[in-house]
Design a protein around this ligand. Structure first.
Ligand SMILES: NC(=O)c1ccc[n+]([C@@H]2O[C@H](COP(=O)([O-])OP(=O)(O)OC[C@H]3O[C@@H](n4cnc5c(N)ncnc54)[C@H](OP(=O)(O)O)[C@@H]3O)[C@@H](O)[C@H]2O)c1
Length: 338
């Protein structure tokens, strides 16, 4: 029997959820799309009515997948409870409920057993966390993670559709104004203020994702720490992150330096990665954001043993932030509910 599904938010993640539901033949009886305003949209050759979310339209939904904005005026803070009261299970992509004690934070490859203990709401972790725990989860299970240090290289679509469009607009503006110039006289800066990020993102890199805290880390960097502890069920892992925005449309990359507790050879780690659910381990190949786009797996490459520190290794991982980092993970949780 099919389910009545609501998707709240039709931006980068919301539409990816529509695509993933369709690709995976999720049993949908009725699909309702909501956003702040009503409109008709076309997506992959199919027309959809988007309804403005309002107090009267929460009835008859089995699963509500939230892909709206976060915070007090965000979609899930305002409306998740209303769907739950009408009998729906909510799966939320945002940050608002992830660390609450009674909310399971689920990456199905790692802790799908937690789906069963929900009380109406299940949280999807942050995209940066999801790919890290998929890559490291099997290693943690087998050898125990003592610590990891992660540097991310995050795509613009991680900040929403408009952010990816702003990369394109900035790139076009710079190309346009330099079209008759030679390399030595290029004007590499945009005119005016950046549309979406705190600094220009075209031909640039920004060491700030989220807001700065007193300790100098950003909110995005603390998400990696706190969410990983919760998903792996182990607060003793020492985790430190630097999150960086790069001029890429889709797919985040991460360089991760990790230390395990038990003795492990390079071959042991390779074997574990090859067997880890959701991981595509590439022994002699590289992986790039452009290749990961549209794919389900977390690609892991460049595994190296630290020549100076025992039980310590580097890896490079890449995943589509809109798919495994958001929509696919949410749909896998919904499949778990079935
Ligand atoms: N992008 C990623 O890689 C990624 C990864 C993991 C998690 N997430 C999380 O997923 C959520 C969606 O991200 P996104 O990248 O898809 O954002 P987006 O492209 O900016 O789209 C946001 C959508 O949510 C709708 N919306 C916003 N506030 C709403 C409200 N109060 N009520 C109803 N609808 C509302 C917007 O409606 P209108 O179209 O009417 O304005 C828009 O359709 C965010 O919480 C984000 O943090 C994103």
């Amino acid at each position: 029997m099919g389910k009545n599904i609501a998707i709240i938010g039709v931006g980068a993640v919301g539409l990816e959820i529509v695509r993933v539901l369709r690709e995976r033949n999720f049993p949908v009886d009725n699909l309702k799309l909501f956003a702040r305003s009503s409109r008709k949209i076309e997506f992959e050759g199919q027309a959809y009515d988007v309804e403005a979310i309002a107090d009267e339209n929460f009835d008859g939904i089995d699963i509500a997948l939230f892909a709206g904005t976060e915070g007090a005026k965000g979609a899930s803070v305002q409306y998740a409870d209303k769907f739950i009261k009408k009998g729906a299970v909510v799966i939320d992509n945002g940050n608002d409920f992830r660390l609450k004690d009674d909310v399971p934070l689920v990456v199905p490859e790692i802790n799908k057993d937690k789906i069963a203990i929900h009380k109406g709401l299940i949280a999807n972790p942050n995209c940066t966390t999801i790919q890290a725990v998929v890559a490291l989860g099997g290693i943690h299970r087998r050898f125990g993670l003592r610590q990891f240090v992660l540097t991310s290289f995050q795509a613009t679509s991680g900040a929403g559709k408009q952010a990816a469009i702003s990369l394109w607009n900035e790139t076009k503006q710079i190309a346009q104004k330099n079209k008759d110039k030679d390399f030595d006289s290029l004007d590499k800066k945009i005119d005016g203020a950046p549309e979406c990020f705190s600094s220009q993102i075209a031909f640039n890199v920004s060491p700030q994702i989220g807001s700065f805290r007193e300790d100098g880390f950003t909110s995005e960097e603390w998400k990696v720490v706190n969410e990983t502890h919760k998903i792996l069920g182990d607060d003793s892992i020492k985790i430190s992150a630097t999150c960086v925005r790069v001029p890429v449309f889709t797919s985040h990359c991460e360089a991760i330096y990790f230390t395990v507790k038990e003795d492990a050879s390079l071959e042991d780690i390779e074997e574990t990665l090859s067997e880890s659910e959701g991981v595509k381990y590439l022994k002699d190949e590289l992986c790039f954001p452009l290749d990961a786009e549209g794919k389900d797996e977390v690609f892991v490459a460049r595994l190296r043993k630290d020549p100076f520190n025992d039980k310590s290794f580097w890896l490079w991982c890449v995943a589509d932030n809109l798919r495994k980092g958001a929509a696919l993970n949410a749909v896998q949780i919904a499949e778990g509910l079935l």
